[in-house]
Design a protein around this ligand. Structure first.
Ligand code: PMP
Length: 428
């Protein structure tokens, strides 16, 4: 049992010494002292079902024994070297990760966070193409570094300082709220117009999450990427897929989110689930694009350190050994079925969406006006916690539940969450 400082002491200490911008998710903060598989435990030993995985970061389950062993073994050997020396873990992790990607994306650069990965992707795209304009989507989230803050498109995350220049935000191909519904080709035509009117006509890159995460599990309209990639390439740009949330089997039908749209990106960025919680991220691209970094020296102190690399290698193995991609498919389909039943019963549910274990449920006050049901979402969210289920919340107005649990969830977990949602929604 836990016998450290009390929750109140921790809260007070955090308030005193950590930046006040840090927010806690619940009115009365939850303190987590232990995690096993799909469960989290607070300081009193109370168990919660984890439906959010620390923002989609815990992919294969909390403290998975195989991963713990891989990390511990590496810890005992050596914790850190940097890439100025050779180390087997980093090199072989690169090889194993490349084997999971389309064959042309066989050159990996390891970094520590999604923001760093996306910064590096922009840098490579600009060097490779000789252009600087970048197109991203409204409602996207790509990071908090000054470079990626320019990409990120929610006012809530953008500080009024100079950040990421040369970025143009296209209409979001959101089938529920977007202007053209589920017509991906129409949104792509808007990108073409943007390229021809808002830029010099030559661009460096197009950036998109395969399913928007922070924006509320928004699945891009059908065929959107296929048409948009063509327009971008016609205008000299490369196409970048941010797989920070949607990658590693989570969508169920495919290992990578971009595959669900049938496209082949030129650069893929990854973070979060890649290391199951250890600081680890990566940029995968072609040898030709990667070679542009050789024009100067590029260095990242912790990028691909042996401990994180050992974790990453274990994650790849666990996903395959335990059939987690297939589990995401089966559970995702089951959950969407249960969501449909809830939608039929509760008028406040405006839209349910997603793929595999990357799902969203949007609450609205009125199904016609689609006015976000912000206070109601918050209430259900708190109620779910009191019933022992920690779900996620997102979208610009915070009116979308984000269901992105560790990929070791079971049907019983899925049903328990849906039953709890039914109770919480009925109490509104
Ligand atoms: N891309 C996406 C799609 C993300 O969801 C996030 C984090 N929420 C990032 C990039 C940035 O990752 P990090 O917080 O590790 O910098």
């Amino acid at each position: 049992p836990y016998n450290g400082p009390t929750k109140e002491e921790v809260l007070e200490t955090r308030k005193q010494f950590l930046n006040p911008a840090l927010f806690h998710y619940y009115e009365k903060p939850v303190m987590i002292v232990e995690g096993k598989q799909q469960y989290l435990y607070d300081e009193t030993g109370r168990r919660y079902l984890d439906a959010f995985g620390g923002i989609v970061t815990v992919s294969v389950g909390h403290s998975h024994p195989k991963l713990v062993k891989a990390v511990n073994d590496q810890n005992e050997l050596i914790q850190h070297t940097t890439t100025i020396y050779l180390n087997d873990q980093v090199a072989y992790f690169g090889k194993e990760l490349a084997a999971k990607l389309p064959p042309h994306l066989d050159c990996i650069y390891f970094v520590n966070s999604g923001s760093e990965a996306n910064d590096l992707a922009i840098l490579m795209a600009r060097l490779f193409t000789g252009n600087y304009d970048v197109v991203a989507l409204r409602n996207c989230y790509h990071g908090m570094s000054l470079g990626t803050m320019g990409l990120t498109a929610h006012a809530t995350w953008k500080y009024p300082v100079a950040h990421g220049f040369g970025i143009h935000h296209a209409l979001n191909p959101d089938p529920y709220r977007g202007r053209f519904g589920n017509d991906g080709e129409a949104y792509a035509a808007d990108v073409k117009d943007l390229l021809e009117t808002g830029t010099s006509g030559r661009v460096a890159a197009f950036f998109a999450e395969s399913i928007q995460g922070v924006g509320g599990a928004v699945v891009l309209a059908d065929d959107y990427l296929k048409h948009t990639y063509k327009h971008i390439r016609d205008h000299g740009g490369v196409c970048i897929a941010d797989e920070v949330q949607a990658g590693f089997g989570r969508t169920g039908t495919h290992y990578w989110g971009f595959e669900t749209q049938g496209v082949l990106p030129d650069i893929v960025t990854m973070a979060k689930g890649i290391g199951n919680g250890l600081p680890l991220a990566a940029v995968a691209t072609t040898k030709e694009i990667a070679a542009t970094l050789q024009r100067r020296i590029h260095f990242n102190t912790y990028g691909g350190n042996p401990v994180s690399a050992a974790a990453g290698r274990a994650v790849l193995e666990i996903i395959d050994e335990e059939g987690m991609q297939e589990n995401c498919k089966v559970l995702g389909d089951h959950l969407l079925g249960r969501f449909a039943d809830l939608e039929a019963k509760h008028d406040i549910i405006g839209h349910c969406r997603g793929k595999g274990l990357m799902l969203g449920m949007e609450l609205v006050k009125d199904r016609d006006t689609k006015e976000p049901a912000v206070a109601e979402t918050k209430k259900v969210f708190e109620d779910m916690k009191d019933m022992g289920v920690l779900i996620g919340k997102g979208g610009l107005y915070g009116n979308v539940f984000r269901i992105k649990p560790p990929m070791c969830w079971t049907k019983e977990d899925a049903d328990f969450m849906c039953d709890a949602l039914d109770v919480a929604l009925s109490r509104l």
